[in-house]
Write a protein that binds this ligand. Sequence first.
Ligand SMILES: Cc1cc2nc3c(=O)[nH]c(=O)nc-3n(C[C@H](O)[C@H](O)[C@H](O)COP(=O)(O)O)c2cc1C
Ligand SMILES: Nc1ncnc2c1ncn2[C@@H]1O[C@H](COP(=O)(O)OP(=O)(O)OP(=O)(O)O)[C@@H](O)[C@H]1O
Length: 258
Amino acid sequence: MEQIRLNTTNIATFSGAKPCVLALGFFDGVHRGHQRVIAMAKQLAVARKLPLAVMTFDQHASQVFASPASARFRYLTTLTQKAAIMAQLGVDRLYVVHFDAAFASLAPAAFVTDYLVKLRACQVVAGFDYTFGQGGRAGVQALTHLAAKRFETTVVSEYQQGCQKISSTRIRQLVATGKLEAAEALLGHPYQVAFTALGKDLVPVIAQQLPPAGFWQATTATGEQVLVHLVDQRVYGLAAAGIVQLRIDQAQIVQAFG
Ligand SMILES: Cc1cc2nc3c(=O)[nH]c(=O)nc-3n(C[C@H](O)[C@H](O)[C@H](O)COP(=O)(O)O)c2cc1C
Ligand SMILES: Nc1ncnc2c1ncn2[C@@H]1O[C@H](COP(=O)(O)OP(=O)(O)OP(=O)(O)O)[C@@H](O)[C@H]1O
C-alpha cells in the first residue's frame, strides 16, 4: 500500500494520481463500522477496476481546536497501526492529509474541488454521518450536491451493535473502563498500544487510550506473554527496546503484588 502525505501547499501542485475510488473519514481504530465503509469502497473499486484510496488525517480534528475535550482525547490507533489494518483490508493508497487550522477552514466546495476532484476520485464512499468542511458542517447530502456529476457518491448506512452505532468514541470509552473484550468485539481486531522508550520508562508513542491503571496480561508483537503494570501513562514489566506493540488482554490481575 502506497502512503501519500498531502497538505494545503503540496495539493496545489499534486499530479500523477490515477483515477480511484476514494473512502473518506478519520477511521480511528478502523473498527467494524469503518470496515463496512472500506469494504463497500473495495467492492466498487474491484468492479470498476480502479485502485482503492482512503483519505485520513495526520491528527484528529479535536487536536487543532483547544478545548477541555481536546486535552482528554485519546487515539485508538497510531497512523502506523491504522495503515497496517488498511493494507490488510485491500487499500491500495492511503492519503494522509495534514489537518491544521488552514485545512480545517476550507469551505466544503473548496475541499471537493481542491482535494476530491484533484485526486481524480471517480466514486467517493462515506458513512451516513460523515462531515467535512469548515466547522465540520457539511454532510453526505452536501457531498453529493457539490460533486456536481464530477464523481459519484455512495453512502454507507449505520452499522450498529446492541442498537447503538459502532463508533470510535464508544470503543474509547470501553477501553478506558477496562472492557477490552467488548472493545475488541466492536473493533473486529485486537486492541494494541504502541510504546516507546522515554529515558528508563516506556510510554505510548502517541496519546493512545489505555485501560485503567493496574496489572494486565499482555502479548507483545513477538508473541511473548507478559504481565505489565500500567500506571500514569507508563508501562512497567517490559524490556525497553524500540517500539513495543502490546496487545492488552481482557484478564486483569486484580490483586496488586506486594
Ligand atoms: C475540509 C475539512 C474541514 C474540516 N473542518 C473542521 C473544523 O473546522 N472543525 C472540526 O471540528 N472538524 C472539521 N473537519 C473534520 C470533520 O468534520 C470531522 O469532525 C472529523 O473528521 C472528526 O471525526 P470523528 O467522527 O472521528 O470525530 C473538517 C474536515 C474536512 C475534510
Ligand atoms: N457504525 C458505522 N456505520 C457506518 N459508517 C460508519 C460507522 N462509523 C463510522 N462510519 C463512517 O466511517 C467513516 C469514518 O468515520 P469517523 O472517522 O468519523 O469515525 P466514527 O467512529 O464515526 O467516530 P466518532 O466516534 O468520533 O463519531 C465516516 O465516513 C463515517 O461516516
